[in-house]
Design a protein around this ligand. Sequence first.
Ligand code: RIB
Ligand code: CA
Length: 323
Amino acid sequence: MSDVSKAKQYIKYLENRDLPDAEPLIIDCDPGIDDAMALLLLSDNLAKYDVKLICSCAGNTPIDITTQNMQFFATNFFPGVRIAKGSRTALVKVNPRNADDVHGKSGMGAYEVGPQDYPVEPDAIVAMADVLKNSEKPVTLVTLGPLTNVAKLVILYPDLKDKIKEVYTMIGSMNGKGNITSYAEFNSYYDPEAFDLVVKSGVKLVINPMQLGNETRIPKAAFEKMPTKNLRDNFVKVLAESINETVDPTCVCIYDPNTIVGMVKPELYDFVPCNINVYTAPKVGGKTVITEDPNGKHLVQKAKDIEKLKTFILRALFNKEQY
Ligand code: RIB
Ligand code: CA
C-alpha cells in the first residue's frame, strides 16, 4: 500500500475514531489465513466500528508469528490502532497441535511478512482491561482464535465483565464433530478450558460455529474468476490459494469471516438462543455440543440463505459490497 493511501487510511481511521456512535471493539486473533480475510472485511467498516485494540494469541501458529502478522495488519489496514501481544500457550493444555499445516509456517500461506516494526504492547490482558476500564460504553469483543486471552481477562478482572457488551466468537461445533480432530473444532480444541470458562463466566457469546464455515466454503474456481484489479485483490487471491484445504479440496473453507459478516450484515443470519457444552476431559478436550434453547444465554449464528451468504462473502473480500 503506497504511503499516500496509508496516510489517507490513517486519516479516515482517526476521523472514524471520533464518531460518537461508532461501536467500540477489541479484536483477538491468531492470523491465520481466514483471520486475515476477516480483518480485511473489518477494515472496510471503520466508519461503523472503532477498533480500540487488536490482540494476538497463539493458535494457528506460535504467538511470535501471529503477533508479526497482526503487526502487518496494523501497519497496512488499521494504522494508528493499539495492538498487544497475547498468550503464548493455552491455560492448561501442554503443546496443543497448531494449524500450520493449513496456514503455513508463516500463518498466512505464501505471505511471509517477516519482522515488523509496528509497536506492540507486551501484555494483551492488561491492554484489554485498560480499554474496558476507560471505555464510556460497553465494548464488543471479537475473537477469531482460541479464547485463552479472554479467559484470563475474565479471571483476573471479574469486575470488568459488565463492560463487555458481548463476545462475537468463531469457535466450537454444533454436534461434537471437529476439523482438527474428529471431535473438536480448532479454537475449542486448542484451549478447551478457556472456552469452558468463558461460556460459564456470564458474558454473552454470539457463536460462529464450525458448521457455518463448512457450509459457506467457496469454490476455488470462484476465487480464480474474480478480477485482480489491485493489490488487495491479489492479496485475497494468494491467501485463498495458500490454504492447505482439509475439508473439501475443490473449495476454500474460511471460518472467521462469518464472525465479521455476522456483525456488519446480521440480516444474512438467524441468531438462535442456545446452550453450549464444552468437554474438557483429556481424550475429548474441545468437543462441544451446542443446543438450541429459547432460554439459552448465548446465541448461535445460522445462515438464512447459504448461497446468498457465500456470494456476499466472496464479493466483500474483493471490496465489491456496500455494507
Ligand atoms: O476452526 C477454525 C478456526 O481455527 C479459525 O479461527 C482458524 O483461523 C483457526 O483459528
Ligand atoms: Ca483464527
